[in-house]
Ligand binder design. Structure first.
Ligand SMILES: [Zn+2]
Length: 355
């Protein structure tokens, strides 16, 4: 039974001039849900459906969230970024490869299309894969490494932290790096160079910047989402202040093309600026909601001894204010705004309270 209907007291009914005997079963809309079940919505509940509620039709994607199409037969698209440097994407994930005089460097191998990466490379060159660079340890970006042609025993380059995480994970699809670095590493192959650098924890320890200076291309994964809402819980970042500062750091670097590991197209400096604007709005709105909502307000007195209930109710009111305020400005500017706005409000709320 989803709801228990609370009836007005006889006294209240008499005050309303209604006879109790005439209406013995009178029920009101002043209802309260069973313990643990959804109750009445908060005042000013946002139009965006909360987490866990099925949506019949998500918001339409704005033009800025759309990218070039894919060849449906291939299921991937290869885009040239500059001399000998290519992006491969399935319009959800992105990776790169660079061809040099005697081999190929692959940067990331998302499992969603890694079996086709060998094909994509073969369309450009017959040279073997001699190097692999991991942007970070997450399986959704490098878990297709085991599907690549590894017959030439490629050198695998990554950050020290990535090696530690992969040694722990012992996943045959993500072989442990053979060359690691702490701050910077210059991968020089033939006439080409990739400059790798580490800027501390953000999305996860070991997530690096990969710069191809000649091609004016920068690859940083899971930090900027060109034209789109950041992935849920601010890209499941382990250090949100670090992640926010990396978005600002990217904006200051001299790139023309940004490979972000996700969604439909290359990123631009304008995309980074837009994300900084969104991040700043999110931070300001949550900061204001944390101050303007009382910690205990309208809670059922029977829950006063339940510390987690007090936190949850307060957090939910902050999130409601956050979602309502952001929706006005952002719902038609970012692809998938409705998918992760609740998660991102909750993530920022948590970060501003504890970081
Ligand atoms: Zn990741």
């Amino acid at each position: 039974m989803p709801h228990i209907i609370r009836t007005l007291s006889a006294c209240a009914i008499l005050l309303l001039g209604i006879s109790c005997t005439d209406n013995p079963g009178l029920e009101t809309r002043d209802s309260i849900a069973a313990p643990g079940e959804a109750g009445r919505p908060f005042p000013n509940a946002p139009e965006i459906a909360p987490i866990g509620v099925r949506i019949d039709k998500y918001l339409d994607l704005p033009d800025g969230a759309k990218g070039p199409g894919l060849d449906p037969k291939k299921g991937y698209r290869t885009e040239k970024l500059g001399r000998d440097l290519y992006m491969v994407t399935d319009n959800s994930y992105q990776s790169m490869f660079m061809v040099y005089e005697t081999g190929v460097v692959v940067v990331d191998a998302p499992p969603t299309y890694a079996t086709k990466l060998n094909e994509a490379i073969a369309e450009v060159t017959k040279l073997p894969i001699t190097h692999i660079v991991y942007s970070h340890s997450h399986a959704d970006h490098i878990g297709g490494t085991g599907s690549l042609d590894l017959s030439h025993n490629p050198v695998i380059v990554a950050h020290d932290e990535t090696k530690m995480l992969l040694a722990r994970d012992a996943d045959p699809a993500r072989p442990v790096p053979t060359v690691t670095f702490q701050n910077t590493y210059s991968l020089e192959v033939g006439s080409h160079v990739l400059k790798l650098s580490y800027h501390g924890n953000g999305h996860e320890p070991g997530n690096i910047f990969i710069d191809a200076p000649e091609q004016e291309t920068l690859m940083v994964v899971d930090v900027v989402f060109p034209g789109w809402m950041p992935f849920r819980r601010l890209a499941v970042s382990q250090d949100i202040p670090g992640w926010l500062s990396q978005v600002e750091k990217i904006e200051k670097l001299p790139f023309k093309k940004l490979v972000t590991g996700h969604v439909t197209r290359l990123g631009t400096r304008e995309d980074v600026k837009t994300q900084i604007e969104f991040d700043d709005d999110l931070k300001a709105v949550v900061g204001e909601a944390l101050k303007s909502n009382a910690y205990v307000d309208g809670i059922n007195p029977a829950d006063m001894g339940n510390t987690w209930a007090l936190v949850d109710d307060y957090t939910a009111r902050v999130a409601v204010q956050c979602v309502t305020t952001l929706t006005r400005k952002w719902k038609s500017r970012l692809g998938g705004f409705d998918t992760f706005v609740w998660d991102n409000c909750y993530a920022m709320e948590q970060s501003l309270r504890v970081d």
